[in-house]
Write a protein that binds this ligand. Sequence first.
Ligand code: SAM
Length: 220
Amino acid sequence: MGRNKLWRFEINASRRNVIEEGKEIFSTIKGQWRPYFENTNDLVLELGCGRGEYTTGMAAEYPHRNFIGVDIKGARMWKGSTVAVENNLSNVAFLRIRMFQLLDFFEAGEVNEIWMTFPDPRMKDQDEKHRLTNVEHFKRYRQILKPGSIFRLKTDNYPLYEYTLEVLKNPELTISELVHTDDLYQNPGLLAEHHGIQTTYERKFLKEGSKINYLRFRLW
Ligand SMILES: C[S@@+](CC[C@H](N)C(=O)[O-])C[C@H]1O[C@@H](n2cnc3c(N)ncnc32)[C@H](O)[C@@H]1O
């Protein structure tokens, strides 16, 4: 492992806003997010947050909501954690887990909104079980969300966008108010919803000429 990565891991270990294995709070945080933030405000998750541009960007814009970036990669998370510390964003936390563990870290109905930003598409058939927008993952997201809360997805990957729209037709999921576009930057109505925030991967994909797909709906 590179020295830079190790150094970032050491800093994460000392940071209150990084919740990861090895810290006492890792086993006690479920159902305790509001006491952790010392308020009773909404919780918004950014799943697969990487460096957490939505987590920190939205936290600065909405000081009366709490934002939690979830990812397994600690070195990326260090960046978002650092931005939060440098900007005194006390409404930000990062949770280092794999997505299938979500139910161990959030009570049913504890979460008020989910953003998923540029998940790895994993479009090979044998990888569907790892795809973060498969039915099983959506059933998990539904459990931790307050019924009828908003779920948003931004992706450069058109097959993943189409796949996700198909998954949402599954009778085991109840959704409403679905809106979507395969070209966010040409859709002024929906563009307003992205808050002008671009993630690291989004900037890379835009440079390569990709269109950005976006969808938003309520999940019951
Ligand atoms: C393509 S990156 C996007 C990162 C960031 N959202 C962005 O747009 O720059 C996908 C991220 O999802 C995370 N990820 C993928 N599968 C995951 C899983 N099962 N559990 C936790 N994180 C996962 C990866 O670690 C990675 O940081």
